[in-house]
Design a protein around this ligand. Structure first.
Ligand SMILES: Cc1cc2nc3c(=O)[nH]c(=O)nc-3n(C[C@H](O)[C@H](O)[C@H](O)COP(=O)(O)O)c2cc1C
Length: 226
């Protein structure tokens, strides 16, 4: 198995104390597999329960962008090969099984994050279809009024994407495009990825140390010298 683990945070030092919070993460076929790897390893490394579903094209992106053969959950979570996923509270759900736990409204969680989110999955969420696990889990999050964060990546946007975003925002989802910013002065690709992931973790109130906050930056108002 060839896997580039460089973007996972290192979680080799054993399971963390459970936080009692659980998150659903879906990876779909949009560019940005590194974001997903960083997000997942940050959640697992903070002791959160993680439920993962990956679409077929999400798997292709993991292969194309991270060099993964198959779905290497350990590499995504920053865990050593052979680590017991259940001990780390990591659960993987087959993407075609709409009978999985995360497809039910009785499954309570603290947020579903689709990262990266393709235009296809965005459209599915906006139309309310539920014939695949990721679609059904998104529809359930919306109907149950649970946080749904869609980290869409495409450019430029068609009117259809824009209308889908509007509709989903009206329905309670948060559209959080994978747009990096540069005001913190990134010096590496990791800094760029971490900026995007850190803003998403903020949305679900997960503590992290992935990027500096503007208020701590020397150039922030009141800190810069005249
Ligand atoms: C290498 C690669 C990169 C892609 N990047 C994007 C992208 O950034 N955004 C997007 O909306 N679709 C992208 N696509 C197209 C989607 O993968 C395609 O629409 C697919 O049907 C999405 O399926 P899913 O939503 O079930 O994952 C890409 C496809 C490939 C093969």
């Amino acid at each position: 198995m060839t896997t580039d683990r460089t973007f996972a945070l290192d979680n080799a030092d054993g399971p963390k104390a459970p936080t009692g919070r659980r998150f659903v993460v879906a990876i779909t076929g949009a560019s940005g597999a590194w974001y997903a790897q960083r997000l997942i390893s940050a959640l697992v490394g903070s002791g959160h329960e993680l439920h993962l579903a990956v679409t077929d094209y999400g798997k292709r992106l993991l292969h194309d962008e991270l060099g993964m053969t198959g779905l290497d959950v350990h590499a995504l979570a920053g865990l050593p090969e052979g680590a017991d996923l259940r001990e780390h509270r990591v659960f993987v759900h087959p993407s075609k099984d709409v009978g999985a736990t995360i497809a039910s409204g009785s499954f309570r969680h603290d947020g579903m994050i689709v990262m990266p989110c393709s235009s296809n999955t965005l459209g599915a969420a906006a139309s309310g279809v539920g014939d695949k696990l990721v679609y059904r889990a998104m529809a359930v999050a919306l109907k149950e009024r649970l946080p749904l964060i869609l980290c869409h990546r495409e450019s430029p946007l068609s009117l259809i994407d824009i209308e889908n975003m509007r509709r989903l925002t009206m329905a309670g989802a948060i559209i959080a495009p994978t747009n990096p910013a540069f005001y913190l002065g990134p010096t590496s690709l990791t800094d760029v990825v971490d900026f995007v992931v850190s803003r998403v973790l903020d949305l679900v109130h997960v503590k992290h140390g992935l990027s500096m906050r503007w208020e701590d930056h020397p150039l922030a108002s009141g800190k810069a010298s005249d």
